[in-house]
Ligand binder design. Structure first.
Ligand SMILES: Cc1cc2nc3c(=O)[nH]c(=O)nc-3n(C[C@H](O)[C@H](O)[C@H](O)COP(=O)(O)OP(=O)(O)OC[C@H]3O[C@@H](n4cnc5c(N)ncnc54)[C@H](O)[C@@H]3O)c2cc1C
Length: 404
């Protein structure tokens, strides 16, 4: 029996609608502001674009149906998110950008009924934004989550949190934070983390400096945030105490894949721009696209796009089956993050001087794509995990063979 890789007709229609919405409405806004979402209006623009997306019936395709979303599974999200990602403003317009999309996913899986009403309902509807606060300045949590330094100590009726985070996307203007803090053990110990939900106006929460990174399309900056004696009542613990790392996996696997989906759209756009250029540009008695070395770059882009899409679909299929898919998501994330940078770089090269100018979008898309090799787990950490699993399987097989 062949595996049916086609989407249902309703999903195909949703993809087509999203493509039209992005092409006709979102792309012109992005281009007019050179891809800088803050300069384009930040939250005011977000609300305006969200209203349009709602009117088109394409808003929050991942969110639970009970909160106005379309409830798509991961496999169906892939095609829609890719279409939205063709513009760097597309994910904000559809309310499927980081970190809100991942936070909706996680709250939907873990939040209590009260937390669903208090935090998930306004987030899913786009009424508010949120932030996910995990990473800390050295020596705290970064690629190694066990280095978690932010402390939560038990007090009457809840917990008091102290610590400093940085690179917290969307912190400026977020209505609430999901804070990862240590409730057991010491920095360096495995486990012992808990997730807390806290409104941004809780006393002791301060959003500080916006770290000036090379990307400009995520709303609310990548900020330093301090937590000073922040009180969180017991009812705002997300899930169970000391189980934060387990819950983080609920968020991180799918959130890695939705980044792969969105950035696939941006990589495809780089390639489309280059294709348009090399099939028009005259040189050496023909078009640039007739030259073998240009064709090699075109073919390599096509291969990287197709391979990224297939690895993504395999990982989504596993996630939709309810599996953790740790290996599949690591492989898809690592390959795609690096493939997208290669695609952007080749596309820039094919477009000559214009490729590195602001007259075409490729140079700034390359800047949006580059950090993806660092966040959601740096490539080296994923490779390490993939290799350890493979070597572990080999050792187990050897031990089993020797025991016979
Ligand atoms: C644009 C952007 C947005 C972000 N948004 C958020 C957010 O919203 N919330 C949040 O909590 N965090 C966020 N982050 C932080 C991100 O998750 C971290 O940057 C990432 O986990 C790496 O941690 P680090 O920066 O401390 O790097 P470090 O841990 O210092 O690692 C530095 C480098 O060392 C190498 N390395 C690390 N470990 C290994 C290993 N085991 N083997 C081999 N090499 C290794 C890698 O090359 C890595 O890039 C964001 C980061 C960026 C750039």
């Amino acid at each position: 029996m062949p595996i049916d890789l086609r989407h249902d007709p309703e999903v195909v229609e949703l993809v087509e609608k999203t493509e039209r919405f992005i092409r006709d409405y979102v792309l012109p806004i992005e281009e007019a502001h050179n891809g800088d979402i803050t300069a384009a209006g930040g939250d005011d623009l977000r609300r305006e674009m969200n209203a349009k997306a709602k009117a088109e019936g394409i808003f929050a395709p991942h969110a639970p149906v009970e909160f106005g979303g379309l409830g798509l599974n991961m496999t169906d999200r892939a095609a829609v998110f890719e279409a939205a990602g063709y513009s760097t403003f597309g994910p904000v317009a559809l309310h499927i950008g980081a970190p809100d999309e991942g936070n909706v996913h996680m709250l939907d899986h873990i939040a209590s009924e009260e937390q669903r009403q208090k935090f998930l309902a306004p987030l899913a509807s786009g009424e508010v934004r949120s932030a996910f606060a995990m990473t800390e300045p050295a020596p705290g949590a970064g690629a190694d989550p066990d280095a978690l330094n932010t402390q939560a100590v038990r007090v009457d009726g809840g917990w008091k949190i102290n610590g400093t985070k940085h690179f917290i996307t969307g912190a400026e203007g977020a209505a609430f934070f999901i804070i990862m803090a240590r409730t057991a053990g010491s920095p360096g110990d495995r486990g012992g983390a808990t997730m807390f939900l806290a409104n941004a106006d809780t006393p002791g929460i301060t959003v500080g400096r916006h770290i000036n990174t090379i990307d400009k399309a995520m709303i609310g900056g990548h900020c330093e945030v301090t937590f000073e004696d922040v009180f969180v009542p017991d009812e705002d613990i997300l899930g169970e105490v000391d189980q934060g790392y387990r819950y983080a996996q609920v968020r991180l696997g799918p959130a890695r894949m939705t980044h792969v989906m969105r950035w696939l759209g941006a990589a495809k756009r780089c390639h489309d721009v280059a294709l348009d250029y090399v099939s028009r540009r005259e040189g050496f008695g023909g078009k640039l696209g007739d030259l073998g070395m240009i064709q090699q770059m075109v073919a390599d882009n096509e291969i990287d796009l197709a391979a990224s899409r297939q690895l993504l679909l395999k990982a989504c299929h596993e996630l939709d089956l309810g599996n953790h898919a740790s290996n599949e998501t690591s492989i898809a994330k690592t390959f795609a993050a690096e493939a997208y940078s290669r695609i952007a770089d080749r596309s820039m090269q094919m477009c000559g001087g214009l490729g590195v100018s602001a007259d075409l979008p490729i140079a700034r898309l390359a800047q949006e794509l580059r950090p993806f090799r660092i966040y959601d787990g740096p490539s080296e950490v994923h490779r390490w995990a993939i290799a350890r699993r493979a070597i572990g399987r080999a050792k187990k097989a050897q031990a089993a063979a020797e025991a016979k």
